[in-house]
Design a protein. Structure first.
Length: 109
């Protein structure tokens, strides 16, 4: 796998929430793909309720983390992450939950 092939993105929208399921690596080399597919929806469509499922992300570097922080700010702090936090980064500002149903309830839609 090289570059964009190292990150797969599954996007689903339910109840006014954008669910973004990531598979592979969220790194400097793959963040462009995330920006192209998800960043467009957040910036241009105006989606504010976003759930990032990081359960199947194997690698996340500082650049990948900063990309999540950028989306957090764009969403008006209404972003939730699903992760066991195997990356040694502070995800607490993202309202980390254990599953997508809990995320939807937390967003209160």
């Amino acid at each position: 796998m090289i570059g964009d092939d190292m990150l797969e993105i599954d996007i689903d929208s339910k109840y006014g929430i954008l669910f973004v399921r990531l598979f592979g690596e969220l790194t400097k080399r793959t963040r462009k793909k995330l920006n192209a597919e998800v960043g467009y929806l957040i910036k241009n469509v105006g989606i504010l309720n976003v759930v990032f499922n990081l359960e199947n992300v194997n690698v996340m570097d500082d650049s990948g983390f900063k990309t999540l922080v950028k989306y957090y700010k764009l969403c008006g702090n209404s972003m939730i992450c699903l992760s066991r936090n195997k990356f040694n980064v502070d995800l607490t500002k993202f309202n980390v939950v254990s599953d997508e149903l809990t995320a939807a309830k937390l967003i209160n839609v």
